[in-house]
Ligand binder design. Sequence first.
Ligand SMILES: [Zn+2]
Ligand SMILES: [Zn+2]
Length: 678
Amino acid sequence: MSIQTIAVTLPDGTIREVPSGTTPLDIANSISPRLAAASVVARLTPVTETTQEATSHEEEPAEAAMYAAGDSAAPRLVDLATPLTADTKLELVTEKDPEALKVVRHSAAHVLATAVLELFPETKLGHGPATDSGFFYDFYREKPFTPDDLVLIEARMGEVIARDEKFVHDAEPREQALAEFERDGDFMKTHFVTKFTVPGDEVSFYRNGKFMDFCRGPHVPSTGRVKAVKLTALAGAYWLGDEKNPQLQRIHGTAFFSKKDLDAHFARLEELAKRDHRLLGKQLDLFSIQELAGPGLIFWHPKGAMIRKIMEDWMREECLRRGYSLVYTPHVAKVNLWQTSGHEGFYAANMFTPMELDDGNYRMKPMNCPFHILIYKNSPKSYRDLPVRLAELGNVYRYERSGTMHGLLRVRGFTQDDAHIFCMPSQIEDEVVACIDFAESVLTTFGFKEFKVELSTWDPNDRAHYAGSEENWTLAVNGLKHALDRKGIAYKTIPGEAAFYGPKIDVKLVDVLGRLWQLSTVQFDFNLPARFEMEYVGEDGEKHQPVMVHRALFGSVERFFGVLIEHYAGAFPLWLAPVQVGLVPISERHHDYARKVEKELKAAGLRVEIDDRNEKMNGKIRDFANQKTPYILVFGDKEQEASAVSVRTRAKGDQGSMPLADFIAKAKTLVETQSMEL
Ligand SMILES: [Zn+2]
Ligand SMILES: [Zn+2]
């Protein structure tokens, strides 16, 4: 009998002829033992044509991916111990591959379940997938787990890892597996097997030691490869999300390749928590959300409102400087308007329900666009009037479910720095260049150094889903592309991601922690000008339809403010700080001098607060520092005699004494140049 040989193609193109049954681990070892040790799983891509039908599981993709057979022609991850039996492309997946971490995390979920069953054998198992930030496992146990149990479980997981048990793949006939699960009262496993396999299938299992779980894998070679793991939370959830079902215990955890990565992860979470805009909003008295008024509605307190005023003043001035006209429009309009705009159809679910008045139904506005169109249409336009650029800091209201709000980031009422540009097709490119220029200016002025740009275009093969002619789409997409090229901005094109009414440019800023935030958008629209029968008289004396660009740069003032708070951790640059200078007279006999200093600073346009309480100097300094006040000026007899102040900065502490006039000159320059320095 001859041994069959198969051809394994490696990523560098070399082909290895090996006996059928060779494993990826064998191949890794033959390349280098170090590679074998670094490999987590293997990625196989079949090279032979396959006629086998792919099974599709549309619902619950995470579960389907865990249990169901995938597309047999697509690349798939397998255990390093999987015998290869057909020609294949093979890639050894090491820690550098993002997929590898998911395999480690799912393996950690098995380790968790192993530990739970060893400590609490009566527990029934649900499922335990990897998530974006870690993993969880659902358990059913009559007596809920306690935080103390979690400590025991985590310690036992350490033992399971130390035992370095091999993850062994196994299979048995479906009917046999179902019978065993039913016999043991494993109602969740019975459900998953029934749902994700069909009669005649074999059911796939993984064992480590005495533990066994219904699972398609893949897994790391052994439990010892789960190097750094931590349980993070315990939560209750109803089985299948139905409150008539038993309540499950979901244990969350996370795992990394090393203790160092794990520590870095938790350090980052701590940093995120410290910067949380909801926490800082309270601590610095910037804004609140009032239960009595309802969720998702923002109350701007005096200090937050001061920052907002500066943001809005800057934005309005810039709009005027850049050739926009400022407008104000109502917060509500008759339903008829929303019917004309089409919002009443495709957007109705995002709108507040109608209010019935004596002359018809009205709705809060979810967008400003139709209002600006009405202003445009109020008088006839000729090509000489274009472009018309209408800008408004417009309050809009959108319906979000009551449980889904999140601080300033997800709200029901917010203010868009919204503008609509109505122009001729020939003007598109220049207008878009100007919009991008404006967006860049917003980001750099407010202290962001890095941003990413995406261009969403249509799918020309899917004409049915897009309004507007092919000619218009080509013109608009090219206009956006040329504009980006002219600005020398690198961007990612995302075909098929455009809204049905036109292509768009999204600008995502990168904050100090490297997080991406979607804020500015420049969006084309072929739809609304047609729905509202907008027109202008062209050079040819004929009537034409203008093109329309929606653009928002802060996006939402509320959201942008939330991002600013987190980006600066509440320590705003001098020009934005609600209180720029805190005054600390050392004792009561310096109060008159304090008033004089206050008057001079205010006359110079600076925002000042005196702490003239009968408190110790250090306590007053600490209070200003806790409020992240950029400058703290301290003065006693010596300063008073010399018309000087002793200067402390938020960042660098005591800077020594300087004449008051010098301090004022310095602070004024920093404010005027919107400097990030102190
Ligand atoms: Zn598994
Ligand atoms: Zn709009």
